[in-house]
Write a protein that binds this ligand. Sequence first.
Ligand SMILES: Nc1ncnc2c1ncn2[C@@H]1O[C@H](COP(=O)(O)OP(=O)(O)O)[C@@H](O)[C@H]1O
Ligand SMILES: [Mg+2]
Length: 354
Amino acid sequence: MLTVFIRHISSLDSAAVRPKSSFPTKQTVEINAGKLNDGTLMAIKVLSAQSEQGVREFLSEIVTISGLQHENLVKLYGCCTERDQRILVYGYLENNSLARTLLGGRNSNLQFSWKIRTQICIGVARGLAFLHEEVEPHIVHRDIKASNILLDKDFKPKISDFGLAKLFPETITHVSTRVAGTFGYLAPEYAIRGKLTRKADIYSFGVLLLEIVSGRPNKNRRLPAEQQNLLEVAWTLYEKGKLVQLVDNALDGDFDTDEASRYLKVGFLCTQELPKNRPSMSTVAKMLEGEAGVDEWAISKPGLLTDIMTLKSSSSAPHASSSATSRTQDKSSSSESTNMSHATMTFSSIYDRN
Ligand SMILES: Nc1ncnc2c1ncn2[C@@H]1O[C@H](COP(=O)(O)OP(=O)(O)O)[C@@H](O)[C@H]1O
Ligand SMILES: [Mg+2]
């Protein structure tokens, strides 16, 4: 028996729940904080089961994450179904998501030192390397982005939100699938041809890495057009030999220049247009840890979906249309609700089922 007090920790705009575009939209209804009888804090994720997709995302999260334990993945404690809602119970992460804190502007007072940023990048890289290379069948997360990286009280990162994840049996290297994910983090080959491999996650990780080092989101529509896209800005600075200028001003110069430059180059490698030119996640983790070299890898301009879509706009219909931006607005930027209510629910613990 789980007795919970419920407080909204993420209020979601209704647009996120009602599909409008060609991208499947998420079916999360709300995320609440709760407490076990022994005082342990939990995060309670309520998914709609009114649609087939809601049920699919619920099952996908359970199947994917329930058997996995890694220090850089969220821990699923249990699940339950009540009326037409499906509920997942996770360990509560005190420092919320990178989208809300590091990229959340004035909404957060947390300070992200250079050291903390490197540890976050390495942790996420290790978590993804585990999903891609150690788990059988391999798992492609499909929605790596700042709002799906949660931080515990010590800023240790945890990859969360496995609603879109796909399992890859050993014999299968790629699947052709309907595109799901978040514009801005989508690898071009996946967005345009629906070709999904682990390299699509690696591309998203590269975008995330640049966001962590620069402290800005991959798209900022409030800036002049030529500065809106982080990858473009980064590449322009790289060509001018001024890449280090991309590092977050909030650090006030308090960072290791060589290390920062290495991190940004890894970001470029992960976002190369050709998937085969992107290193595997275990190699990426080693590069970030300083145990594998970066300079022997050729770096060319990262693959940008906007460039490619402009080129292809006159050709055959792509999977992702430029209007498919339903998830570009991060829900985590919506105002935090302080609604409180109480509930008691029964849930089956994942760890009871052996
Ligand atoms: N375990 C957790 N601890 C703390 N906050 C969480 C937790 N899980 C989710 N959240 C918050 O809720 C947001 C949405 O959760 P997520 O699982 O990504 O659902 P979805 O993207 O389907 O809405 C996260 O970005 C984060 O702000
Ligand atoms: Mg999410």
